[in-house]
Design a protein around this ligand. Structure first.
Ligand SMILES: Cc1cc2nc3c(=O)[nH]c(=O)nc-3n(C[C@H](O)[C@H](O)[C@H](O)COP(=O)(O)OP(=O)(O)OC[C@H]3O[C@@H](n4cnc5c(N)ncnc54)[C@H](O)[C@@H]3O)c2cc1C
Length: 487
């Protein structure tokens, strides 16, 4: 095997697997290093959203993977008498990302599908049992030292860029001397995965039991799978909590022992943390390596996938054109505040479930005429980075639409932005600098230009709007100034 790659990725979890798939599509040579011999044995994530499904479509796994998912109907927060305190429905309608707002899945299914898909890329290599020990960052390349966990042999490989998707205890984060700040939520929870062996009338939604004695969560997972999570009390004996006797006593209100089998039982410490530095020269961190949040909103893995959707096209640009500091620096700038808002909202949700009952979870909660309260999903914006924040459309999602029965406009993107121009405009100097799509090409574009009140829209490969423009004499120059970021 050649020992020099465009990109080395450490960690074959959901973040690393998605990043590899995004990079492989642009024909980069990739080496994946993973210390585990097999798939990570504990299924953690059970939910993802529409933005993430659009990324799955980009990497070509949506059609296959959607067979392993169900549409999520939403979450109810109830008190210990079963009264609904807060409703967070997920309406079954198609969003601007062209899919349902929220899905439930079984993490090992996802990891199997993504690994299978990666096998089709000749320039993608992966090494299991590869425990990374050291990362050496130099001006023009990165060197990584890893040990085979079975033979104990030491190996050294090099790459132009390295991304540590190596989870909460990331060696990459330590190697770039990034501080992992605890944001304040630390609580032990038991997570019990069950497979029903009888038809049972259980809730079709996620239920958050905001019970001061024992906060708990019920998840309606795919097929016969169901999950219960419950908080441990202070000084509670972990071994005792994980005994079948204890678990079935906890499950008494819902299930009898002959109605399901326990597939997995584990205690996690739910934490909230964010790293203060996500890049040092050619080394990056993404996913749980850069941030952690409790799972109450089902957004930890989603955040990692958003990270790599943001980072991948920037790295591809630097590999194919030339190293560009401004583009690479924009990664943390754009992602940091976005993920922090998810972490903070999740923490407030955690407090609510812990029965502290402050409805200040987010400003998307509203009172209904019948006295109940409902919540909408939050949609944090991209932090300042590429494009001007004076443009109110910058950072908004470019809507997905189909250009033929089986082809979406998304498929026109590679790793560079696309400029959409209205019929009114005649751009003189542009066509050699960027891919231009004229309004007349697809009728949907007229509606989109109108929606954003724009005569031209520059869309990034991750489907965020980089900038919108109105017709004026210097439009050519304005767009060219914007594109300087990319040359
Ligand atoms: C109970 C629970 C429920 C959750 N539910 C959801 C949910 O519904 N939705 C959601 O979006 N998120 C959820 N999450 C969070 C989600 O599971 C994580 O955010 C996600 O798995 C992180 O993915 P990752 O790829 O960044 O890291 P990981 O999945 O931790 O993967 C890191 C990989 O790096 C490898 N690695 C580490 N160190 C090295 C090294 N030195 N050398 C080589 N390899 C290394 C590890 O073996 C591992 O395979 C949940 C978490 C928990 C605990």
């Amino acid at each position: 095997m050649n020992n020099f790659f465009d990109v080395i990725i450490i960690g074959f979890g959901p973040t690393g697997g998605t990043l590899a798939s995004l990079l492989a599509k642009s024909n980069l040579s990739i080496l994946m290093l993973e210390k585990e011999k097999n798939l990570y044995p504990l299924p953690r994530a059970v939910h993802f959203d529409d933005e993430v499904m659009r990324v799955f479509e980009t990497i070509g796994i949506k059609e296959k993977f959607k067979n392993y998912t169900i549409i999520n109907k939403g979450t109810k927060f109830v008190d210990n008498k079963g009264n609904v305190l807060l409703d967070w429905p997920r309406p079954k309608e198609i969003t601007e990302n062209g899919c349902y707002p929220s899905y439930r899945f079984h993490q090992p299914d996802f990891e199997r599908v993504i690994r299978h898909n990666l096998k089709s890329y000749k320039k993608f290599k992966s090494i299991q049992n590869a425990n990374v020990k050291k990362i050496i960052n130099s001006k023009d390349f990165v060197k990584v030292v890893f040990q085979d966990t079975e033979t104990l042999k030491i190996n050294i490989f090099k790459s132009k860029y390295l991304v540590g998707c190596d989870g909460a205890n990331s060696i990459t984060r330590k190697s770039i001397k990034s501080k992992f700040s605890n944001l304040g939520f630390t609580q032990k929870w038991a997570v019990i995965d069950l497979i029903l062996n009888k038809k049972k009338n259980l809730p079709d939604r996620t239920i958050q039991y905001s019970n001061p004695k024992r906060p708990a969560t019920y998840c309606r997972n795919v097929g016969k799978r169901r999950r219960w999570e419950f908080a441990l009390k202070k000084n509670e004996n972990e071994k005792k909590v994980l005994t079948d006797k204890f678990i079935w006593k906890f499950l008494q209100p819902w299930l009898k022992p002959n109605e399901a089998i326990i597939e997995r039982k584990v205690i996690y410490t739910f934490k909230s943390a964010i790293a203060n530095k996500w890049r040092n020269e050619r080394v990056f961190i993404a996913g749980d390596a850069a941030h952690l949040m409790p799972p109450f909103m089902g957004q930890g893995m989603c955040a990692g996938i958003r990270d790599v959707s943001n980072l991948s096209w920037k790295i591809i640009h630097c590999v194919k054109k030339k190293h560009n500091e401004k583009i690479l620096n924009s990664f943390q700038k754009e992602r940091f505040s976005n993920v922090k808002e998810y972490i903070e909202t999740t923490m407030k949700m955690g407090e609510f479930i812990n029965a502290m009952r402050s409805y200040k979870i987010s400003n998307t909660i509203s009172d209904q005429s019948n006295g109940s309260k409902t919540m909408k999903s939050i949609k944090p914006e991209l932090g300042p980075g590429l494009g001007s924040t004076l443009d109110k459309n910058r950072g908004r999602i470019f809507p997905k639409f189909n250009i033929s029965k089986s082809k979406s406009f998304d498929e026109l993107f590679s790793f560079e932005p696309i400029l959409i121009v209205s019929k009114k405009l005649k751009l003189k100097k542009m066509s050699k600098k960027i891919k231009i799509v004229k309004e007349s090409s697809y009728k949907e574009l007229t509606k989109i230009l109108k929606k954003f009140n724009a005569d031209a829209i520059l869309v990034r490969p991750d489907r965020f709007i980089l900038q919108t423009f109105k017709k004026n004499n210097s439009l050519d120059n304005l767009i060219i100034t914007n594109l300087k970021n990319f040359n």
